[in-house]
Write a protein that binds this ligand. Structure first.
Ligand code: TNX
Length: 626
């Protein structure tokens, strides 16, 4: 009862002062006009729909309300319900395929769109206008009101994606569905499913049973991925999993119901160790000792993006049997996935084994080419022909540009933005997923606190991203995508931790007009999103509260700078081994670390007298290395 009173008080406060309540919508809509009052669910209202498609969305809304509020609202054909889901009879030109308009008054909720997708996105906005309790998965008490508002909204880009790598670590069918659920809440419409790599083949191909009998399983290992022990002779491979074709169909349907298209990826010709472990004849070395990799180190990286694979993980482009294999794989894949795109990887393909292979040399002679890069071009073009024969379009990582690729290929720009710019200038469609703004496997806060990884990408940087590079025609930029590589991610909750809130920043980068974006306003909405995730039971990271700590050595002195990306935080620190808190020195400007003995810097961020960030602890040596 007391909770209810408190909730009522909070909700009536803006009304008492004549202010409109703050809305916490992510991504921020194109146009929002707040009006007076609010709509209250009574439990006896009706929901109307004007077409079978509108009925489907209205039914989803009804089910959600029934689950959390326990109301059974009546669904009825027509346009006169208190809550109305309408597909426009004449198209509203501004809204396009995915836009919607939503009007809430004290008497009605009216949602309209040109297409069902628009109604679905409008419904997500409507859910975000309800109290946070709407995110609950069971019945809860709440004041089920929606502030009066008029919203016109549509996306900036048609491709708004997230990628999940299920090869490095397997994620169950249920995990994948949960991940898709959360994408849908933020109007993502593309799920890129990285199904194969060196560490596991995850999709059943009936004509090639070993891909999942052998390729889906690796030896059990703990510890940091990339530094694990290689498989031993005779060791049982017990860790992994795969999706049957029935599982795949179920997930496709699940995503389809949430207006999400799945783009499956089969990563070739590199990153193919799991396939090679299953069928060693597919690579140049034909080494039957090649195993599905458990996260051991099998490459030398030279720091400039070049590398050498110490174990052969590359398909042989000169062997016709490889194309027969790929034809089988893509025939079954094309039959499973209804979307127009199949992603064929193409990244980080090591060509060292090709160089020494007589078959590859003969092929180079025949093609009259003098470098192995061109062999990848040949391979990719063969793969594209296979896809075209199945009515599918090829999309690949930006390396596919290097060997020459047909203009019909779509390019995913990951090595920064330059591949995307170059591809768009050549007339390719492009999806922007640069490491510098969109890599969700990167560390999101203070590196000594976050799970170890070789790079960082903070929320503010994600949020600053504009997927349309300067000087590029927007028509070639389909949109953008965040990529969650799973080398270091073993559970769904960790995947969620890495994805949110950075995924919210990307959702807004891909949906909201650039000029409508505002970092301080986004931070406020992110904090409201945290509360919602608490209720939804979805993990997230609070790393944005941790300051950026930098050090500069000047005339033998170490100068420390502490910067908060979140406005309005107080940063407290100590250099005397005391635990920092509200009575410690408050940071205001760069300061010098004391000399003359071992020194430890401790830092923590507060707001309104309450700790928000982690307690960060760094030695003077650590700092000097920064
Ligand atoms: C590069 S991005 C890769 C992935 C790794 C990722 C780790 C891309 C096309 N290739 O195989 O998982 O870096 O950050």
């Amino acid at each position: 009862m007391r909770n209810l009173l408190a909730i009522l008080l909070i909700f009536s406060m803006p009304a008492l002062f004549g202010q409109k309540p703050a809305l916490n919508l992510i991504p921020r809509p194109v146009d929002v006009q707040q009006t007076d009052g609010s709509f209250r669910l009574s439990g006896t209202q009706t929901i109307s729909f004007n077409s079978p498609d509108a009925k489907m969305i209205a039914g989803m809304f009804e089910q959600k309300i029934s689950k959390v509020a326990g109301y059974s609202l009546k669904l009825q054909k027509g346009t006169s319900g208190a809550i109305r889901f309408n597909l426009n009879k004449t198209e509203d030109g501004r809204l396009g395929k995915e836009g919607y308009s939503l009007t809430v008054t004290p008497g009605n909720i009216e949602l309209s769109a040109n297409q069902p997708a628009g109604l679905f996105y409008g419904m997500q906005t409507l859910f975000q206008l309800f109290p946070a309790e709407i995110e609950s998965s069971s019945r809860v008490k709440a004041d089920w009101t929606v502030p009066a508002v008029k919203i016109t909204d549509y996306p900036r880009f048609p491709w708004r994606g997230l990628m999940l790598d299920v090869s490095r670590n397997f994620f169950s069918k249920e995990d994948v569905k949960k991940y898709i659920d959360d994408m849908a809440r933020f109007k993502f419409n593309t799920f890129h499913w990285h199904l194969t790599d060196d560490n596991g083949w995850r999709v059943e191909i009936k004509s090639l049973p070993k891909l999942t009998e052998v390729g889906a399983w690796r030896v059990a290992r703990g510890g940091h991925f990339g530094e694990r022990e290689a498989p031993k002779d005779g060791e049982q491979a017990t860790v992994g999993g795969f999706y049957t074709q029935a599982d795949i169909s179920e997930i496709i349907q699940y995503a389809h119901d949430r207006f999400i298209t799945i783009v499956p990826e089969i990563d070739v010709p590199g990153h193919s160790m799991a396939a090679i472990a299953s069928y060693p004849e597919l690579c140049c070395t034909k080494d039957p000792g090649i195993k599905v990799n458990p996260g051991s180190n099998f490459a030398d990286w030279y720091g400039d993006g070049t590398f050498k694979m110490l174990i052969d993980n590359t398909l042989n482009p000169s062997d016709e049997k490889v194309y027969e294999f790929l034809d089988k794989v893509f025939t079954e894949l094309a039959a499973m996935f209804p979307g127009q795109y199949i992603h064929v990887g193409g990244d980080e393909c090591y060509k060292g084994y090709w160089k020494n292979d007589p078959g590859c040399q003969a092929l180079m002679k025949k093609l009259n080419v003098d470098n192995v890069e061109k062999l990848q071009g040949y391979f990719m073009n063969r793969v594209e022909q296979i896809l075209q024969a199945k009515g599918k379009k090829l999309i690949g990582w930006d390396e596919i540009l290097e060997g020459g690729i047909s203009p019909g290929a779509t390019v995913m720009s990951w090595r920064g933005v330059k591949g995307g710019i170059e591809a768009a200038r050549m007339g390719h469609d492009v999806v922007m997923t640069p490491t510098t703004f969109a890599y969700l496997d990167y560390q999101q806060g203070e590196p000594t606190i976050e799970p170890p990884l070789y790079e960082g990408l903070r929320l503010m940087k994600c949020y600053s991203y504009n997927p349309l590079p300067e000087g590029v025609d927007q028509k070639f930029i389909l949109g953008g995508q965040g990529n969650l590589w799973s080398e270091q991610i073993q559970t769904l909750s960790h995947a969620q931790y890495m994805t949110w809130p950075r995924g919210w920043a990307l959702a807004e980068d891909f949906w909201t007009p650039n000029e409508k974006k505002s970092w301080p306003d986004f931070v406020r909405r992110v904090e409201a999103g945290f509360d919602r995730n608490e209720i939804a039971g979805v993990n997230y990271s609070r790393a944005m509260y941790d300051p950026v700590i930098s050090a500069e050595v000047k005339d033998g002195k170490t100068i420390i700078t502490l910067e908060s990306e979140v406005p309005g935080l107080d940063i407290f620190y100590t250099v005397d081994d005391a635990i920092p808190g509200r009575y410690s020195p408050k940071y205001s400007k760069p300061f010098e670390l004391p000399e003359g003995g071992p020194v430890t810097l401790r830092v923590i961020s507060y707001r309104s007298g309450k700790p928000l960030g982690h307690l960060i602890k760094l030695s003077a040596q650590d700092l000097k290395k920064r």
